[in-house]
Design a protein around this ligand. Sequence first.
Ligand code: NAP
Ligand code: MG
Length: 502
Amino acid sequence: MILTAEAPAARKETMAFIDQQHQLLIDGQWQPAASGKTFEVKNPANEQTLAQVAEGDRADIDLAVKAARRAFESGPWPQMTPSQRGQLIWKLADMLEQNVEEFAEIESLDNGKPKVVAAAADIPLAVDLFRYMAGWTTKLEGNTLPISVPYLPDAEFHSFTLREPVGVVGQIIPWNFPLLMAAWKLGPALATGCTVVLKVAEETPLSALRLGHLIQEAGFPPGVVNIVTGFGETAGAALAAHPDVDKVAFTGSTEVGKLIVKAAGESNLKKVTLELGGKSPNIVLPDADLSAAIPGAANAIFFNHGQCCCAGSRLFVHQSQFDEVVEGVAEQARQINLGPGMDPQCGMGPMVSQIQQERVCGYMDAGLNAGAQAVVGGKRADRDGYFVEPTILVNTQPEMSVIQEEIFGPVVAAVPFDDPEQIVAEANDSIYGLAAAVWTRDISRGHKIAKRLRAGNVWVNCYNIFDAALPFGGYKQSGWGREMGHAALDLYTETKAVTVQL
Ligand code: NAP
Ligand code: MG
């Protein structure tokens, strides 16, 4: 259903923040872009201007990197004990938790997602991530290593490893979970004692800027976290190519991920971690409990309007139940209320931008023109804002772009299969390997298939389960390295082997 009533306004405090002239956070100071330029941020639910934000570029990135370098090398940050660092991160989590409503409103207005979802998922997950990482500050241990040097058989040594922060980290994040992506990136960097220059997505800069204010209030020393708003081609590219950045951590499209790798290689061979796209298979076996699999399949693709790198966008269903499952997911799609995220009845907001709406509609048109059929949806929604109808496509062919490429919208291709033994190979037939799921009552079969799926995250009888302790990331062209979990901490530390001759 399309919601037409006027959505409730955000609270006064939220609007007071949004209405500010937003600046860059560099070296603990809010400042305009060196060029003086600003750009406009839109509310995707009504296409109106929401805020004006500083347009940082190369010069601002350079200032921010210098500030991050100073903060890394001298001053209070490197002097802090791990426990003190942990307390600061925990304090930031508490402050975020005290402001859930405000952050949920900012996310909803800026990104388009339902406020209730942001308040129930995005913000609490960010709080939890900071707390999880706060706990790690005091547990980053090395090893002691018994060594046997063949050419010095009589000598005695004491060898051990230290884990040290990798240094100044450039972080580039997308617009689909603006605050949560900032938390996934900042958490491990701060826990390990790195300093950061964060480039947020041009579409959704506001929640990270609000977080910047909390970072200052919490008492992080100047220069530890610098936040630059601006465009990918200028500010983002300058960060990825900067010779004094030790690591770049990127989340976004595989296409831009490749540019990041190139920039790192051509500058200083900075370390690179990437969390990229996906085309995740969701497999419903003949013995699945459909009362769970049907809403699970709908959630897999429609959560966050399909703007999830791990969205279950290829739904493989055994032909014995294909019609029942497709009709069940279609019914779930028909039940979704499309409207502004601020409306408490909203189940799905707009795409983040007109570009994204056009991209998603372009994929649907390409599929439909090539012979696919829409069981439900298939076009933009008939109202203002960048809305797209939740869509299920059938009669697709393996070579169609709707099967091969990441759409990043609420569009799932449902594909029937005969042979459960063959389906894993088809599920793995993708350049991506971010997530996958299987629905079955046979738990041993579920485990076996989980082992064979080439994906960084596999869910059995569930979908979209995230936790700060669970590493998240991709096989194949879905990325390098992992976010969250202790796996992320390894990627923000260098290991130093120290040997003392006794
Ligand atoms: P994108 O271009 O990959 O943007 C991700 C981030 O990278 C943004 O902060 C962006 O800045 C920045 N960026 C862009 N070009 C850059 C460059 N040359 N050097 C350094 N940084 C750069 O993604 P998008 O254009 O927003 O979305 C395009 C498609 O990417 C989507 O349709 C979807 O398929 C995929 N995507 C995937 C994820 C994911 O989580 N895996 C997230 C978002 C999008 P700007 O915001 O200024 O462009
Ligand atoms: Mg972009």
